[in-house]
Design a protein around this ligand. Sequence first.
Ligand code: DP6
Length: 360
Amino acid sequence: MIVNEFIPKPYSHLLENGAVAYSAPSNIALVKYWGKKAHQIPANPSISFTLNNCKTSTTLKFKKKTTDGFSFDVFLEGDLQTDFKPKIEQFFKRIEVYIPFLTAYHFTIETSNTFPHSSGIASSASGMSALALCLVQIEQQLNPTISKEFFNKKASFLARLGSGSACRSIEGDLVVWGAHANIQGSSDLVGIKYPYEVHENFKNYRDTILLVDKGEKQVSSTVGHNLMHNHPFAEPRFAQAHSNMDALMAALKTGDLNAFISIVEREALTLHAMMMSSDPYFILMKPNTLEIINKLWAFRAQTGLHICFTLDAGANVHVLFPDNEAKEIQEFIANELSVHCQNGHFIEDNVGQGAQPIKI
Ligand code: DP6
């Protein structure tokens, strides 16, 4: 795959105005992306479950203009947002060569999340993928010959340039991003649907997100990724991600839940270990993050149930478990873990099938 395939031929005509809309999910990485090169190229491959309930819906209205440069307004839940503008402006700059009509229109971006904005759940993956999908939908109106396959590929390619993990939010249910020797079709440029057999144990896997800290992140992911340059453990970490991917592939095939747990928890703790050993170092876990992890381990030892956790770049805990153990584990979460959440809040989610167009 080469980047040039995403540069379109000149359009025969431009529409005067219009509107498109897409809903895109969040995703939770099992093998983590942490560290990147220029142009949003990941330092190692990652794989994630696409979520079902945590989503961003975006309507993109466009109207022809005659002025130069980018012109857009962003609304979140109906309110004009100026703090999102720099990130979107940077996104537009990165993708202008692939979406030449970006300067031809004034855009109104109306977006809303199913999860509260102040939940500490990153909306960049679902937000950037929804916006990328809207842009490709406009491109499809200008060039109706675009195939479904190319549509998804280009949306993932663009989303990656908005936020790396966003390229894993186009399709479901497991998505790989980053070239890996043993995964056919894997690429640093786009996320692809995991191409191999997955055991029944991983169907409709559950993810309950425990909202430990709803505040803004103290350290952005972008800053964290950059701290992997010159990190003393960077090279062994990147190599470990490749071998963890191999081990996870074996577990996904055979349905080995214990192997899955061991890889996923090690990945989460390694991610945070990288943060704790960078220069400057930082800690994103909170006391309640550790309380939850310790209680979860004790419950797993006591019951033999296949509950485990993963973490993103924050204090919230994603509790993962198989569908057929959901009843007991959900009771445990409500009775024992929710007390460690801010205002007792948690979000029940499960693995989903990817983004959907919205009829407008
Ligand atoms: C810890 O995708 O938010 O969630 O590319 O700079 O926008 P940028 O970073 P981002 O990083 C997410 C990192 C992670 C792990 C993961 O999702 O793989």
